[in-house]
Design a protein around this ligand. Sequence first.
Ligand code: ADP
Ligand code: MG
Length: 711
Amino acid sequence: MTDAPREPSKSLPKPLSGPQKALRKLGLERAIDLALHLPLRYEDETRLQRLSEVRAGEVAQIEGVVTHCEVKISGHRQLLVTLDDGTDTCLLRFFTFYPSSQKALAVGQRIRARGEIKDGFNGLTMMHPAFHPAGGELAVALTPVYPTVAGLPQAYLRRAVQGGLSRAELSDTVPLNNLYEIWLQPTWNLREALLFLHNPTPDVALVTLQDHSHPAWQRLKAEELLAQQLSQLQAKRARARLRAPVLALGALHEGLLAALPFQLTPAQRRVSSEIAHDLARPVPMHRLLQGDVGSGKTVVAALAAAICIDAGWQCALMAPTEILATQHFAKLVSWLEPLGIKTAWLTGSQKARERREMLALIASGEAGLVIGTHAVIQDKVVFKNLALAIIDEQHRFGVAQRLALRSKLTAPTVHDEPVEGAAASTSSARTVEVEPHLLMMTATPIPRTLAMSYYADLDVSTIDELPPGRTPIITKVVNEARRDEVIARICAQLEAGRQIYWVCPLIEESEALDLSNATETHAQLSAALPGVMVGLLHSRMAVAEKKAVMSLFTAGQMGLLVSTTVIEVGVDVPNASLMVIEHAERFGLSQLHQLRGRVGRGAAASACVLLYSTGDAPRLSETARARLKAMAESNDGFEIARRDLEIRGPGEFLGARQSGAAMLRFADLALDGALLAWARRLAPLMLDQHPALAEKHVLRWLGGKAEFLKA
Ligand code: ADP
Ligand code: MG
């Protein structure tokens, strides 16, 4: 019996059906995920309407007798059915149908139909209504309509959600006493709230479901915010249990300060000491340094690097583009090399031989500082003892890149630590694992409400003033029709010995178009400005070419640089005093602000011209106008970010930052401040007093997504 043929396919999983795949795509795998998939809106199938009373545009449910049924073959083949409910008639039209539909809709049949009423040439009409034989019970609850995707029919999804709802474990996780704090009366627990929202009774005020003010919605929003706060607090506390090298302030820090060609601003001094304080603790730092473009974040990073290297450890500084990394390299080398610090350099475009040399410098520990693009986190790079990772313009790295960064840069290194008080003998050292400190820098500040919710696990340092002597940038919004005046202005600036950026938009649908746009503008401006060196920079140029162009501009030989948005981040040429942005209406607000930040870096008065074109339309769209207006009215990155959030809402705002933060699905930070405050108060108490409930709550709400919250 033992040699009976085995069933070969037993261990193979059954292939998923189309709708099952679609469910997975929506992230609806667990019963609880289905239960938390809430309706977008509802349909009322709890009553029948009279045809004499329905209005065009309304979704109605009617019942009547078929008085006419024919397949029309001339023109588009269709099934035409007339339904009479005694008050009026309605024409039902079907472009796809089966013989069975014809039978079900034969003259004399009583049927119930449901669909949107149109009032047209043929009187009242429904296109492709849902129908079945008349009679039968009317629904007792409103029928939910769920957000869905192609290949996942509502009916299938409805059944799946109801199934999930009945299977899901929905016991309360929020300690009851803390609920009273907001609702003062014991209403709606999670189970009740979900059952209601999936099947509300028809007497509910629909508007309270739509605007999420209904107590059932309040409960869900509060739970969601609590999950968000808990998971971030968990991450923060988990980090606090890790060990990091203690990097105490040394002489190098002082040496660098003394060697700088300027004095730190009070804000730079404050954030530097916040960072120094973190570095001196045996716990990994996890800090975001935000400061407007030009506020001087680089020197703060250099000071942190100096502390780290002085303590005998390595520091890595990463930038999202090669141009920016090159600049950092030049600047930091000029500051730190005279103080005896060796710096290694890593990018994707590097020659193999140079790369090998750099890798050797890094592995031996000879290079205290490593600067580069994301080449820094490639597998081949082995640090001797990395203690501080600095990520510049961190919002420019994609989600996946950021997770990779995090896991590579914060991988623990083994380190022999002398035991205090013992003599320097081999037996007095113990091996410990330490994680590097992490400093992220960004010029796109996070508005306060978002910082409190999405980034609650970060420590934030803010540089809130610019170095002295800068004159504010004057921003002008100018119609494309006045391009000639702008060119005249360029001439004047060039004569004064200034340099100019001219930025062309990135047209995402077509890189080729994008390019021709920049090259055309380049040709046009070259022709208009004889005797001026006009450069061109775009993302498809070879790295060496880009570098060559950039260094001519940096050295002041090139008067005008036409560029796509590759210069958006961090580029620092203080002599540039005019920025022209073509098709400014196509750019996002924070991008415009970043671009504008390329000027106003020296003492000369700087200006930014936002050229816009309405194309074929009579005027700009409302949001484009709002963006340009915000730019003209404010130079302050925080104000710009606030307006950006207002114009776009948190979903898009965070999306553009590529944060990867699990989005709040239900809560609205603009409206639910009180619930957020409640969640922020409760989260630490709950972790301390009810850790098991907290764990359960996070798992229920975030499932596998909690990891992304930390990105
Ligand atoms: P960002 O914050 O945008 O990265 P940078 O670090 O590139 O700004 O600094 C912008 C410019 O300001 C640089 O040329 C830098 O050397 C200069 N700078 C930074 N701090 C000061 C200061 N305290 N006083 C004068 N100039 C400064
Ligand atoms: Mg910078």
